[in-house]
Each structure stands twice: as structure tokens, then as C-alpha cells.
Design a protein around this ligand. Structure first.
Ligand code: ARG
Length: 464
């Protein structure tokens, strides 16, 4: 190896000149991949142990490597490590420091390994940690939603389609709709985690190695289920990052829908919920304002997360096997998406835990907009044996009458109703109230309080 200051100490053997400053700038990833320092050191420790166990390096060299790596880890954790752009990336920064600390033994660490399998391993370990953290973050949000659902199992509110009042539903039912969505999101991360959990280490540059390595051993040491079975695939697979990003994008989409509802619900026009001061901000000019900024920012985060997914899909598209430097562009997107998602999940969990539904306003809104018209039509079918299409027509005429009079359906007199349909009796009033309406929807998955309570019990058990 050349000691020349003019060329790279790691790969500069055949180079006479040092890289141009621009080359160094476009090539270096240390500015961001230092976030994988812990994973890089973990991977190197597992590799060195395996090399010694297989008699490829001596136990004494392996000991020195292990101690040196631990020293580096603590230097990094204490913020004392000096990262160098000239050393390109985290892998070469660590190895170079190892050489300073332990001398020649450091040069043996890279036996039967390449930065290609090294970076794939480090990045997988990092993404795997993020998948676990995201699943936990989703769990915390779901628990907050279930608590809201339990407290408001029989609180009525308007259910909407087209953002027009449709039928009364319960607050608990609405909260649990989001629990279903976030639970599927968690499932997507779990599926992806199980699929990705194969260890690339030992694939070396692309073809495997002639050294008698034990890939089962390194895979096990790093918590992988098995070594990946094809070395070309191992160094060029970034599906795991794409799956993380696509699951993140869907989660962020769900978060944005919920955030949008909170923005609408907390407005003066709706007043469905009061958000806590802890998760709101004021205006510097309008003293009366309390703005749902956290909800708005959560609504917006999906933009950068979708952007990260499209960016990485585009980077990977059309790349020939195996490794290409293009793939270095994977990390910043994933880091940013992971940070954004973690923050959005935590903010949403905090907002949900703190928010207070305004039961009175919700109930009034639930009764407005002829929300029990379907209940009336169903009553005509059940009691008068009317075909549903006729019942729909009669109910439509009654709605029109109420609209013309500027009143709600229960405000029509029996005479007025009988003028439209002579067989109607005053029993009909019992189905026009919003509480009766929601209580009657006892079909599985329906909005009735008893259904909501059953679902709350199921979720509480699952989320324990
Ligand atoms: N910094 C590189 C990356 O993130 C490490 C792998 C470099 N491999 C290579 N053959 N130059 O992709």
C-alpha cells in the first residue's frame, strides 16, 4: 500500500494524483453515512470474530481489532471522532482510525470483505432498527387512539361522505378507523422486516470469496435469519430500503388524512375538537389565534416521504448488476424519511392523547343535515314492508318538506308526514334521534357503541 499523501491511502495504489476537490465533494458520503457508525462497527466486530474462528486471522489480531473498534465507538459516541472527507465514507474513516490505534492488524480486517457487502450490511442494520422503531411509534399512536375510542364509545358525531353529513357515527368508531389503518401500516413494516432479514456480509465485492468464511456465523451474530443466498443480489439489493420507504409513504398518507381532519375539526366553523396548547401555536399578529401547526406539518411531511420513495425508485431503476455508486444516493432519502416519519408519529400521538372532543357540538352536528334519513327509510321498509326504492323516494319527499320548512326531520308533525305517506305512525320518531340511529347499527364492524366497546377490548388486548 502506498504511503503517498497525494493519493487515497485505502485504494490509491495505482493512482499518482490525488482526487480533484470536486471529485472528493461528489464522492464523499461521510457527511451522512456517519449515522451508520454503530452498525459499521457492529458489522466489523462480527466479521473479525468470524475471521478468527475460521483461522483466517489470528486470535491476537482479532482481539486488537475488537478493542480498537470499541475505542472508536466510544470516541464517536463522545463526539471526539474526527471524520475526514478525504476518507470518503464511514467504512474507510473507521478503518483508517483503527490503523492509527492498532497498527498493521487493522489491515487484516478487510480480508474476505468489500465495502459493497459492508455498506449493504450496515444499511440493512440501520433500516431494520428504524422498522422496529416505527412499529413502536405506531403502537404508541394506536394506544392513544384506543383510549380516545374507549372514552367516546357512545359519543355521537356526524359521519361524512363527500364531506357532507351522511349518517351519525360514534367518536369511538371514527378513532378506531384510524387504528385499523395504522395497524395495517405496522403490518407492512413487519412483513418487510421479515423479508429483509438476510445478511449480505461475505458476498464481498460481488462474487463471494475464496477464503473459508462462515456466513452463518456472521449472520447470526448480527441478528439476521440467514445469509443472503446470492452474492450479486446481496450487494445490489436495495428493495429493503424501498419497502421501508413505501411503507413509510403509506403511513404518512394515513397520518396526513388524520391531520387534515384535525385541522378541519379544530376550526371555529367546526369546533369538533379542542387541541391542547402543548400541540398548538399562536400568531404573532392576531392575538386570538390558536393554530394547529403540528397537524399541518404532519399533513405536509408526506410530501418529503413520498419524494424519498420516488427518488430511490428512480435511482435504482435500470441499474445493471451488481453494485454501482449510484446506490450511495440511497441513504439521505431514507434517513430523512425515517426522521420525518418518527417525528410525525410522535407528534400525532401527543396530539391525540391531549385532544378533547366537544361532545355537545358533535351531537348537534350529528343531527343536522337530515343525517337520520336512512334510518327513516329503513323504518318504512321494516314496519310498512315498503320496497327500499319506494322508501327512499318517500324519505326524499319528507327531507324536501323539512328543507322547505327550514326544520329537521324530527320537527315535522305526524300530519305533515302522513300527508306524504298515510301509513306512517308516530313510532317513526324513535328512529329519528341520533342516539337511536347509532345504537341500531350493530352489524359487525358497525358504529353501535356495543360494537365499538367490543373492538376497544380487542385492541387493548392486542396492543398490551
Ligand atoms: N460509500 C459507499 C456507498 O455508500 C460505500 C460502498 C463503496 N463501494 C465502492 N465500490 N466504491 O455506497
Amino acid at each position: 500500500m502506498s504511503d503517498s499523501k497525494s493519493s487515497n491511502a485505502m485504494w490509491g495504489g495505482r493512482f499518482a494524483d490525488a482526487p480533484d476537490a470536486i471529485m472528493e465533494a461528489i464522492n464523499a458520503s461521510i457527511g451522512f453515512d456517519k449515522r451508520m457508525a454503530r452498525q459499521d462497527i457492529e458489522g466489523s466486530r462480527a466479521h473479525a470474530l468470524m475471521l478468527a474462528a475460521q483461522g483466517i486471522i489470528t486470535d491476537s489480531d482479532a482481539d486488537k481489532i475488537r478493542e480498537g473498534l470499541l475505542t472508536i465507538l466510544s470516541e464517536i459516541e463522545r463526539g471526539e471522532f474526527e471524520f475526514s472527507t478525504a476518507l470518503e465514507d464511514i467504512h474507510m474513516n473507521v478503518e483508517s482510525r483503527l490503523r492509527e490505534l492498532i497498527g498493521d492488524a487493522a489491515g487484516r480486517l478487510h480480508t474476505a470483505r468489500s465495502r459493497n457487502d459492508q455498506v449493504a450490511t450496515d444499511f440493512k442494520l440501520w433500516v431494520r432498527d428504524q422498522m422496529d422503531a416505527t412499529i413502536e411509534g405506531l403502537g404508541a399512536l394506536m394506544r392513544a387512539l384506543v383510549a380516545q375510542a374507549e372514552a367516546g364509545a357512545d359519543m355521537v358525531m356526524p359521519g361524512f361522505t363527500h364531506l357532507q353529513v351522511a349518517q351519525p357515527v360514534t367518536w369511538g368508531h371514527h378513532m378506531l378507523a384510524y387504528v385499523e389503518m395504522f395497524n395495517r401500516d405496522a403490518g407492512r413494516f413487519r412483513d418487510a422486516r421479515a423479508r429483509m432479514n438476510e445478511c449480505p456480509l461475505g458476498a464481498a465485492a460481488l462474487a463471494g470469496t475464496s477464503f473459508p468464511i462462515d456466513r452463518e456465523m456472521t449472520a447470526r451474530a448480527l441478528g439476521f435469519d440467514r445469509p443472503s443466498a446470492n452474492s450479486l443480489d446481496a450487494v445490489s439489493d436495495r428493495d429493503f430500503a424501498l419497502e421501508f420507504l413505501s411503507a413509510a409513504a403509506i403511513t404518512a398518507t394515513h397520518l396526513s388524512r388524520m391531520a387534515e381532519e384535525l385541522v378541519i375539526w379544530s376550526s371555529a366553523q367546526f369546533r369538533f375538537v379542542t387541541l391542547s396548547d402543548r400541540f398548538s401555536t399562536g400568531s404573532s399578529i392576531m392575538p386570538q389565534k390558536k393554530n394547529p401547526d403540528a397537524a399541518e406539518l404532519i399533513r405536509a411531511k408526506v410530501g418529503r416521504i413520498n419524494g424519498a420513495l420516488v427518488a430511490l425508485l428512480t435511482v435504482m431503476k435500470g441499474l445493471p448488476l451488481a453494485y454501482s455508486k449510484d446506490m450511495q444516493e440511497d441513504k439521505e432519502q431514507v434517513f430523512d424519511a425515517a426522521d420525518s416519519l418518527a417525528l410525525a408519529l410522535a407528534a400525532m400521538a401527543g396530539m391525540v392523547a391531549d385532544m378533547r372532543p366537544n361532545a355537545k357540538v358533535l351531537e348537534q352536528a350529528a343531527a343536522a343535515g337530515f343525517s337520520t334519513a336512512t334510518d327513516l327509510a329503513d323504518w318504512l321498509v321494516r314496519r310498512l314492508n315498503m320496497p327500499f326504492r319506494d322508501a327512499h323516494h318517500v324519505t326524499g319527499a319528507l327531507v324536501k318538506l323539512a328543507e322547505d320548512k327550514g326544520c329537521d326531520l324530527p320537527d315535522l308533525s305526524l300530519d305533515e308526514m302522513q300527508a306524504v305517506c298515510a301509513d306512517i305512525t308516530d313510532e317513526v320518531y324513535s328512529v329519528l334521534g341520533v342516539h337511536n340511529s347509532v345504537s341500531s347499527r350493530t352489524s359487525y364492524g358497525g358504529t353501535a357503541p356495543e360494537q365499538v366497546r367490543a373492538q376497544v377490548a380487542r385492541w387493548k388486548e392486542m396492543l398490551e
